[in-house]
Design a protein around this ligand. Structure first.
Ligand code: MTE
Ligand code: MO
Length: 244
């Protein structure tokens, strides 16, 4: 199957807040010594946003570890063990919700693979750890009419989707840890999706909802032309080396 060129290869056409942050991250290329004063300046410039989102902006320069920060929402609330919930609903026999400690109490799987963004950047060998999505689906009792899974986020804006066979893969995690630390707010913590074989836009940050559906509903970036089946190296008109 041939895929069409996404018309928005650079994740453009998004709200101001994200552009501002991307501009800031770009300064990391100037190096540690140059970045420090620039970062201080940007932090005061970004004061209003930082007030609303105290952990989201500051850890990015100069130690981002190769990752670029993305959010389509101008600000994202912070959630932790006291108020985080992950709901599972839709075409299941047992809808419910998980707290962070519920998720921590389930068997954890650790994977170490490259991360590839559809805009071109790649980060080698990144550990992700969490609960297999298939375990949560099995616990919920997926009904026979189900075909797909939709993911929603507490940023109030982003969404993603997978077919049921994709969602049941062993390398798809509800991730609690990234780079051997709890997933930080900037990286979508406390809980993000991790879809190892697909472009990183599939790995929804700030995951708050898993809804089992009867058909794939294209996610946020897919409405802008990205492939729903976002296999690294086999979609979006790209030929990157696979990540798995
Ligand atoms: N909620 C949410 N999840 C998201 C995004 C986003 O904007 N919002 N961006 C996606 C894209 S395009 C990428 S490359 C990665 C970036 O993850 P990072 O910020 O941890 O580097 O998150 C993905 N998940
Ligand atoms: Mo991306």
């Amino acid at each position: 199957m041939t895929s069409e060129q996404p018309f928005d290869r650079d994740h453009r056409g998004t709200p101001v807040g994200r552009r501002l942050v991307l501009g800031m991250v770009g300064l990391g290329a100037l190096g540690v010594a140059a970045a420090r004063p620039l970062q201080d300046g940007l932090e005061s410039f970004l004061g209003a946003a930082a007030d609303r989102d105290p952990t989201g902006l500051t850890g990015l320069l100069p130690n981002g570890g190769g990752f670029r920060y993305y959010s389509v929402a101008a600000s994202v609330p912070t959630k932790d063990a006291t108020d985080y919930r992950l709901t599972v609903d839709g075409l299941v026999d047992h809808p419910g919700s998980y707290s962070l400690s519920d998720l921590r109490g389930l068997p954890q799987t650790r994977l170490v693979k490259d991360v590839q963004c559809v805009t071109g950047w790649r980060v080698p060998g990144t550990p992700f750890e969490g609960v297999r999505l298939s375990r949560l689906l099995d616990a919920a009792g997926v009904r026979p009419s189900a075909r797909a899974v939709r993911f929603t986020c507490f940023d109030g804006a982003y969404s993603e989707s997978l077919t049921l066979p994709q969602a049941r893969r062993d390398d798809v995690l509800v991730a609690l840890r990234m780079q051997d630390k709890p997933v930080s707010h900037a990286h979508g913590g406390p809980v993000r999706l991790y879809v190892a074989p697909m472009y990183f836009y599939k790995s929804a940050k700030w995951l708050s909802g898993i809804t089992v559906t009867d058909r794939v509903e294209p996610g946020y970036w897919e409405h802008y032309g990205y492939d729903v089946d976002g296999w690294v190296g086999r979609s979006n008109g790209r030929d990157d080396a696979p990540t798995v």
